[in-house]
Structures are given as structure tokens and as C-alpha cells.
Write a protein that binds this ligand. Structure first.
Ligand code: FDA
Length: 453
């Protein structure tokens, strides 16, 4: 067992932990980053599967994500735009298959008017509630006591409008069923992206990708940190006093002044804290859970849908794959589609064996793109639910009532232990941008405390 002493021990080499470590080191503090996996990046993972480069985890960058964009600039990483020329496809409640342009689904006039009306209400709520302290809003308790589904039912009788507006937060973002989280949580999601209108606009949310893959962010940050990053070192125990902490991993023990738990909140309880955490933290951690989505990658010899004038963008709350996009790599002659199977649909297909699941998912893709979609040359499902050091996708959110009840103390340090994750972010909540923002903020808080001692 190696034993070392540093100013700060960081648990988790994802975007958040590595950002914090980089800032701390730049201010002259000594750091050690302990990572459970044999790679850095956490939920960012770019890999080559059967000759195809795939973004197994996070990949997209939107224009409001200025912290991520600044990091990309600093690391000299270039981006390219998602392919979006041509028409999109929407499959409606009656099974009608419609081609359309723009960011509004081609629904009947009444449904379109209802969707527009709901978007206006949600934009106003997102602006008024904000992303920084949603729990402090005068309507926080009321909005956190009603499920997203119930809020939609209360605000419109139009089922298709409800299903579409519901999708933008449930299937597409929090990846939990609409009855499993609150309206306040949904409004936070919108506020953290700038507005509900932004969530509806896939050209905004899914704007750019990084050439060579987004995992280069953590890879380059880790490279710059050099020997301060220790892989395959799951931290099992944190022993702490008011001003010191010892992190005990499988092959290394780090004595430090501060610790940063830079892991998703659903994993906080995997570590044995001595002394145990305060009661409220114990309670809160049981109300933060990860969503579930399968990210499906299908690679074809050519992006055949483009020849048919299609952008590759498809949506339907009534399909197993509720959304899919052209995800062709930069300057790659082959064509890649990426589709998503969310929450209870994912539970359902995981009951099947791999062959039946693949057939069901390709059948759903074929409903949008035609029979050719059934024959990819490479097919891969990102299954984050079976990853021990994540346990779901994309991120963690509070269950019903949890945001109003505990949100105000989610980032409060316990003695020398700080918390850093995309899942605690205001702007960029549940996104890489948020992971980086919280990483910078956590480092700044520790630097201020260190310098005042
Ligand atoms: P992250 O989970 O990345 O890092 C935590 C690290 O801690 C991991 O490396 C883990 O192994 C480690 N760890 C856990 N327990 C430990 C222990 N006890 N000891 C030591 N180490 C431990 N975002 C976005 O902006 N655009 C996008 O397109 C997408 N798409 C997307 C798709 C999919 C499939 C996923 C899963 C996620 C996304 N996201 C995304 C979300 C984005 O990837 C995510 O918000 C951030 O990468 C999270 O970064 P963090 O550093 O907060 O946690």
C-alpha cells in the first residue's frame, strides 16, 4: 500500500474532478486524483468498436456551454457541426409519419397551438425559478409536489401536446418516467439550458461535436496532471476531522487537508465515511438517483438517409427509439445514426436477450428511416446501467419533493469534504459544461479556505 500526503485528494477523474485538480495545481496546491476505473473520463468515453469511433458517453456541445467551450479552446480541441441538412421525421400518436423542417413538430393546428402555449408558460417558469436556487422560489414546494406528468395533465387536455412537451425533459433529458420526478425538477432542467425553448430546439442543444471525441477533454487534463492521477484506485473509505482527511483506496492511501468527492451523487454512499456524514446528507443521498437510457449506435457503409433528403433527425414519443440523429464522425465516409431508448422502454428491452433487443431497436429505427436501417455494419448499445462506477445515464436528479427539501444543502461541504459533479450544477446541470463549472467553483472555494487558514 502506497501512502502519500497532498493538499487535496480528488475522488473521481471525470470532467469535474480533473477541472478542480487542474485549477488547484495551477494555484500551487498539491493534488492526487484517485480514479476507480482503469481510464479517465467517467461518463465521457470515446472508443473504437469494430473499427468505428463511437462516443459511448457524452458528446454534444451547445452554444450556451461557455465553460466547456473555454476548456475546449484551452486544450486546443476543434469542433464540427452536427449534420442537419434536409428534412426531419416525426411519427405522431396515430402512427402518421411526417417529414418536416424547423424545430416545431408537424402536428395538427390545435396540438401545435397547445405546444406553443405550454412552451411560453414553461419559458416564463424557467426564467422566474432560475437554475441557481430553484428550491428558494416561492412556488418551489408546490412545483416539487406535483409530478411532471400531473403538471402536464393539469395544463392541457391535449394528449399529443402533453406527450411531446413531456418528452423534451423526461425521455430526452432526465431519462426517468414523467411520473418519477417533479415539475420543479423539469423547470430546473429548462432553466439550466437557458430556457424551455432551448430544450425544444435540437439545433441549439445538439449543436457541435469535438473532432476526435469529447473524451479528449479528460484525457488531456489528466495528461497535464501527469503522475498526480492514479487509475484503478476505487476509494473505499474517507476518515476525516474538521481540517484533515485520509482517503483509502485499494492500493493507495492519501493524507490531505481537503477531499473532493467528484463522483455522481448516487455513488456517494458507496464510500464509508468516518465519522458518518450528518443525518441530512444521509437522507438527501437516498433521494438522488440516476436515470436510464440506452444510447444506440448504428454505423452504415454510407449515410443513406441523406440521399433521400433526410437530415437524420427523427422524433416520436410513441416509438421505442424516441429520438435519433445523424451522428456521422467528422470527414467519415460511413454514416452513423445514434438513437435513444429511455427509462421504462430501456427496462423493457433489457428483459430481452441481446439479439431480440437489437432486432426491436433496429425495427424502431427502420420505422423512421426504412428497411436499410436494419442492416448496420457496426451496432453497439452504450449500457451505462451496468457500469459499476456510474450505474445509469445520463445523470442524477432528485426524486419527488427532494429538490425543494434538500437542494439548498446539496453542495455544502462536510468538514474538509467537498462535492463536485455535473449533477450539482446550476447552468449546465447534468452536462459536461456543468461538471466543469462546478469543478472550477469547488476549486475556488478550497483555495479561498486554504488561503484564509
Ligand atoms: P463522471 O461520472 O463523468 O465522473 C466521475 C468519476 O468518478 C468516474 O470516472 C468514476 O469512475 C469515478 N468514481 C466513482 N466512484 C469512485 C470511487 N469510489 N473512487 C474513485 N473514483 C470513483 N453531457 C453533455 O454535455 N453532452 C452530451 O451529449 C451528453 N450525452 C451523454 C450521453 C451519455 C450516454 C451519458 C452517460 C452522459 C451524457 N452526458 C452528456 C452527461 C455528461 O457525460 C456528464 O454530465 C459528465 O460527463 C459528468 O462529469 P462528472 O465529472 O460530474 O462525473
Amino acid at each position: 500500500m502506497t501512502e502519500i500526503t497532498r493538499d487535496v485528494v480528488i475522488i473521481g477523474a471525470g470532467a469535474s474532478g480533473l477541472t478542480a485538480a487542474t485549477d488547484l495545481k495551477a494555484r500551487g496546491l498539491t493534488v492526487a486524483v484517485l480514479e476507480a476505473r482503469d481510464r479517465v473520463g467517467g461518463r465521457l468515453w470515446t472508443d473504437t468498436i469494430e473499427g468505428a469511433m463511437l462516443e459511448i458517453g457524452g458528446q454534444w456541445v451547445s452554444p450556451d456551454q461557455t465553460a466547456l467551450i473555454e476548456t475546449l479552446d484551452n486544450l486546443k480541441l476543434d469542433t464540427f457541426s452536427r449534420y442537419r441538412e434536409g428534412e426531419s421525421i416525426y411519427i405522431g400518436r396515430d402512427g402518421t409519419h411526417t417529414r418536416y423542417s424547423g424545430d416545431r413538430f408537424p402536428v395538427d393546428a390545435e396540438t401545435a397551438a397547445e405546444m406553443d402555449r405550454l412552451i411560453v408558460i414553461l419559458d416564463e417558469l424557467a426564467e422566474s425559478v432560475g437554475a441557481t436556487e430553484p428550491w428558494a422560489h416561492p412556488r418551489a414546494k408546490e412545483l416539487d409536489s406535483i409530478t411532471w406528468q400531473a403538471w402536464l395533465e393539469e395544463n392541457t387536455d391535449n394528449i399529443e401536446a402533453r406527450d411531446n412537451i413531456g418528452l423534451f425533459v423526461a425521455e430526452a433529458m432526465l431519462t426517468k418516467p414523467r411520473h418519477a420526478f417533479s415539475a420543479l425538477q423539469a423547470i430546473l432542467m429548462a432553466a439550466s439550458a437557458g430556457s424551455f425553448s432551448n430544450l425544444v430546439d435540437e439545433d441549439f442543444i445538439l449543436d457541435k461535436r469535438v473532432i476526435g471525441g469529447l473524451q479528449q477533454v479528460p484525457l488531456r487534463l489528466a495528461e497535464n496532471l501527469g503522475e498526480d492521477v492514479f487509475l484503478s484506485q476505487p476509494v473505499r473509505r474517507l476518515e476525516y476531522t474538521e481540517d484533515s482527511v485520509t482517503a483509502i483506496a485499494d492500493g493507495i492511501t492519501v493524507h490531505a487537508k481537503f477531499a473532493i468527492m467528484a463522483v455522481p451523487p448516487n455513488l456517494y454512499s458507496r464510500v464509508d465515511y468516518q465519522p458518518p456524514l450528518p443525518r441530512l446528507k444521509h437522507q438527501m443521498h437516498q433521494h438522488m438517483s440516476l436515470g436510464l437510457v440506452i444510447k444506440v449506435h448504428a454505423v452504415y457503409e454510407t449515410p443513406f438517409w441523406r440521399e433521400d433528403g433526410l437530415s437524420g433527425t427523427v422524433f416520436s414519443p410513441y416509438q421505442l427509439v424516441h429520438e435519433a440523429y445523424d451522428n456521422t464522425n467528422h470527414e467519415d465516409p460511413r454514416g452513423t445514426l445514434v438513437g435513444f431508448v429511455s427509462d421504462q422502454h430501456a427496462d423493457g428491452v433489457f428483459q430481452q436477450d441481446a439479439a431480440a433487443r437489437k432486432a426491436a431497436i433496429l425495427e424502431s429505427l427502420a420505422t423512421y428511416y426504412g428497411e436499410q436501417a436494419k442492416n448496420p455494419v457496426v451496432y453497439y448499445e452504450s449500457d451505462w446501467g451496468s457500469e459499476e462506477w456510474t450505474r445509469g445515464a445520463y445523470a442524477t436528479s432528485f426524486d419527488m419533493g427532494g429538490l425543494e427539501r434538500y437542494g439548498a444543502m446539496q453542495s455544502t461541504p462536510v468538514g474538509p469534504i467537498y462535492w463536485s459533479s455535473s449533477d450539482l450544477a446550476a447552468e449546465g446541470f447534468q452536462h459536461v459544461d456543468g461538471a466543469i463549472r462546478v469543478g472550477h467553483d469547488t476549486a475556488a472555494a478550497i483555495i479561498a479556505r486554504h488561503e484564509s487558514q
